[in-house]
Design a protein around this ligand. Structure first.
Ligand code: NI
Length: 255
């Protein structure tokens, strides 16, 4: 059993062959996945998918790159949707200092408002971080995000930052980059973080693991992430699959 905790099957890259992608995921042992929506179209599509497929759940939020576009109505709409039983988390949210579409101050405000929303509705949060680690950690602390906890999605930071996140009640989620030949930090994190604090994900269609690097990613490839973690930790693939799945179900409160 595997749990892909971060998949964008709501992306247009899967419009043509979604059924085949889902079948391959199930054949690879993927039992559950969380579909992540981060703006109006992708949230709408995520909600359609979770209605259609029993084994899919949704995380909904507003992406930091597009923070400048988020209105009060958008945030209220997201909060309304959280009453749906298959919405299990808020996000992805966070800070992205690589792209400059949204000013930092706007990103920070939109990030804070989503943490506050998550605390109101008592759901964990999914964090997107690109070149903004220090500000993310500060805001998580200032907003008391440990109350809901959540996921550091596609974590790419150091072991030290990972440990700081564990203390704030966050899980560390590893994706395709842990399989890259030249990926030093994700491999160190996979070794250092206890298995009961690790999650696995694809972030598909992005960040396909080795040997599919550069191609379209899909949930069936999450198996390669689990295999890599097993190798790095010197434990069985079955144990990695079982524990990371149990971690995800606990965090998302899925029976
Ligand atoms: Ni994502």
């Amino acid at each position: 059993m595997l749990f892909d905790t971060h998949a964008h099957l709501n992306a247009e890259q899967f419009e043509e062959d979604l059924e085949e992608v889902v079948t391959r995921a199930q054949e690879s042992g993927v039992e559950n996945m969380v579909i992540v929506g981060f703006d109006r179209p992708t949230i709408t599509r995520a909600m359609e998918l979770v209605e259609q497929y029993d084994f899919m759940y949704a995380s909904i939020g507003w992406h930091p790159v597009d923070a400048v576009d988020m209105t009060d109505e958008d945030l209220a709409w997201i909060e309304d949707l959280t009453s749906h039983p298959k919405v299990v988390a808020i996000g992805e949210m966070g800070l992205d200092y690589y792209w400059d579409k949204s000013p930092k101050e706007v990103q920070k405000e939109v990030f804070r408002r989503q943490i506050q929303l998550a605390k109101r509705v008592k759901l964990p949060i999914v964090i997107h971080n690109r070149e903004a680690t220090a500000d993310i950690v500060d805001i998580l602390k200032e907003e008391g995000a440990s109350e809901v906890g959540g996921i550091m999605h596609c974590f790419s930071g150091s072991v030290e930052v990972a440990q700081e996140c564990l203390l704030m009640n966050f899980y560390i989620s590893l994706g395709g980059p842990v399989t890259f030949k030249n990926a030093r930090k994700p491999k160190e994190v996979a070794e250092a973080v206890p298995l009961d604090k690790l999650l696995i994900e694809t972030d598909c269609p992005y960040l396909a693991p080795h040997p599919y690097r550069g191609k379209r990613n899909e949930p069936s490839y999450v198996k390669l992430v689990a295999e890599q973690i097993a190798e790095l930790k010197g434990i069985s693939y079955e144990e990695v699959a079982a524990i990371t799945t149990a971690n995800a179900k606990k965090l998302f409160a899925i029976k």
